[in-house]
Design a protein around this ligand. Structure first.
Ligand SMILES: Nc1ncnc2c1ncn2[C@@H]1O[C@H](COP(=O)(O)OP(=O)(O)OP(=O)(O)O)[C@@H](O)[C@H]1O
Ligand SMILES: [Mg+2]
Length: 102
């Protein structure tokens, strides 16, 4: 049986007063492809941004619950978000040039 690589437990997220994620608990096994499907605006990108802490950059965003990567909470105070993002990348569905490169 494969190990769990990424796991969320009772994850809630608010943008200001608007709750975008409600009580999300799921596990993603290592060395498997996991797909998240759902209608536009249901929170897929929001959830994925939690995994590498990209929502840290969104003003007014608040997260409760747990998000574990290889058994460690990515929201632990000792976790360096820049190091985390070296391991957990994102490919955007729209081009996202770096500043000064376009
Ligand atoms: N930076 C933000 N600030 C405030 N609200 C946001 C922000 N990003 C997303 N939202 C809101 O959070 C909800 C979830 O959006 P999200 O982009 O995660 O959905 P999605 O499932 O990825 O949609 P799509 O299929 O269109 O990509 C939506 O109501 C959206 O308007
Ligand atoms: Mg999206």
């Amino acid at each position: 049986m494969s190990e769990i690589e990424i796991e969320s437990r009772n994850l809630d997220l608010w943008y200001g007063s608007a709750q975008a994620l409600k009580n999300i608990s799921m596990a993603m096994p290592e060395k498997k492809v996991t797909a998240i499907i759902g209608p536009s605006g249901c929170g897929k990108s929001t959830f994925i941004r939690c995994i590498n802490r990209m929502n840290d950059l969104v003003k007014g965003c608040r997260i409760t619950g747990e998000l574990l990567f290889e058994g460690t909470s990515v929201y632990d105070s000792g976790v360096d978000a820049v190091e985390l993002r070296k391991k957990i990348g994102m490919v955007f569905h729209e081009p996202n040039p770096f500043p000064m490169s376009n």
